[in-house]
Design a protein around this ligand. Structure first.
Ligand SMILES: Cc1cc2nc3c(=O)[nH]c(=O)nc-3n(C[C@H](O)[C@H](O)[C@H](O)COP(=O)(O)OP(=O)(O)OC[C@H]3O[C@@H](n4cnc5c(N)ncnc54)[C@H](O)[C@@H]3O)c2cc1C
Length: 377
């Protein structure tokens, strides 16, 4: 069993396979970096409520559970023969699970990474924590650099958490906070009710919101938009767009879009005994948008795939199904979170409700973090 990618999806898959399979079956996990870090906690790192160390674990910890860990870059995937090349060395698999996530398309907007800061990487979140703490006056401009990005809630949570941090340091009255999004509404895939609820959370905190405003170019202190408008900033915070991982896009697994097409219930690709889960898949929904890239989905899909592989090996029917249920936490600061959850596979459109911010829901996100960081690693 070979799992490509040691993110949320890959780590859940490898653990579940190890638990379900007899010890004569090898489970191998391959990842480029030696450490796992939990992206869903990066905003807490930005807000100062987690350190980078608290949200990071060595992937080698998996070896204590009987999972073989290979640290290296996957540079080619042959799904027909189920052979992958890792730093030029071939590794064969009876079953292959592709969970390589998504690459950031930061270069799509000129000047964005030079003059902006992002919470989408661990190093970026640490840097932003310092930048937010040092603000005493001025304007924070938060942008989504493209309509498609990981975790639809994250940019909006970042605005609420930055607002909370500025309130805590007593400077909020002197710092303007604005969000300009490339997409027409917050969390649009979850429906109009969720979008309206998030928009009103921003308004309640005096965060100016401008939808359908595509950033095109950045210079020191000024951001240009597709409609020709220019917005000033003292601190530019961005959520980068995404593109398929290069090695996936170059492989026969990819559709012309570069993403992997899968059976949405079983995550099977068109190649026997090859599955793909998480951010590197593109699962279209009835409304024409894809299933959001979220760790909760990558995690749930990984468990389905592992259960079905184990059942097939044991000669039982592979009956586990991913049913499109799941949700996104919306951290609002002050140890509270809202939760947009429901059935994303519902017809004719996803049926998603939003729970208002509460301490209990915030603790739900803490529990998700604990599951991944303690149970799996
Ligand atoms: C700021 C932020 C906040 C978020 N908050 C939430 C949240 O609250 N809830 C939620 O559900 N989701 C959240 N997400 C989204 C979530 O993190 C992703 O959807 C999730 O990590 C996807 O899991 P994955 O296993 O598909 O990919 P990833 O977790 O990205 O893992 C992919 C792995 O593959 C490795 N890799 C890539 N290419 C190669 C290669 N060529 N060779 C070897 N290894 C390679 C990568 O290094 C990585 O370790 C958030 C994301 C961000 C950025």
């Amino acid at each position: 069993m070979v799992v490509l990618g040691g993110g949320v999806g890959g780590v859940a898959t490898a653990n579940r396979l190890r638990r379900r399979l007899a010890s004569r079956h090898r489970v191998v996990l391959i990842n480029r970096e030696p450490d796992f870090s939990f992206a869903a906690s990066y905003l807490w790192v930005m807000a100062g409520s987690r350190t980078a160390r608290q949200v990071t674990r060595p992937l080698r910890h998996l070896e204590r559970r009987g999972i073989d860990v290979v640290i290296g870059a996957v540079d080619a995937i042959d799904p027909v023969r189920r052979v992958v090349s890792v730093d030029g060395k071939a590794i064969e698999a009876d079953h292959l699970v592709v969970a390589l996530g998504a690459d950031y398309a930061t270069d799509a907007v000129e000047g964005l990474s030079e003059y902006g800061e992002t919470f989408a990487t661990l190093a970026g979140a640490e840097g932003l924590s310092r930048s937010v703490r040092s603000l005493a006056t001025g304007r924070v401009l938060i942008v989504t650099a493209a309509p498609l990005y990981r975790c639809p809630a994250a940019p909006y949570e970042s605005a609420l958490l930055i607002d909370a941090a500025l309130q805590r340091t007593g400077v909020r009255a002197h710092v303007e906070v604005a969000v300009h999004s490339a997409e027409p509404a917050p969390m649009g895939v979850a429906g109009a009710n969720v979008s309206a609820a998030v928009t009103s959370m921003l308004a309640d905190r005096s965060i100016d919101y401008r939808p359908s405003h595509q950033i095109t170019r950045v210079e020191p202190g000024r951001a240009e938009f597709a409609d020709g408008e220019v917005e000033p900033f003292d601190l530019l915070v961005y959520m980068p767009g995404i593109r398929p991982p290069h090695v996936v896009a170059q492989s026969p697994l990819a559709t012309p879009s570069g993403w992997v097409d899968v059976d949405r219930a079983t995550l099977a690709t068109s190649f026997p005994n090859v599955h793909a889960i998480g951010d590197n898949t593109q699962i279209p929904l009835s409304i024409g948008k894809p299933l959001p890239r979220a760790g909760v989905f990558a995690h749930a899909q990984g468990l389905v795939v592992a259960d079905n592989i184990a059942s097939a090996i044991d000669g039982r029917s592979a009956s586990a199904r991913f049913d499109g249920h799941g949700g996104c936490f919306i951290e609002t600061g002050f140890a509270k979170a809202g939760y947009g959850s429901g059935n994303f596979f519902a017809e004719p459109s996803p049926q998603v409700d939003i729970r208002p911010p509460s301490r209990r829901t915030h603790l739900g996100k803490v529990a998700f973090e604990l599951t991944v960081m303690r149970r799996w690693l």
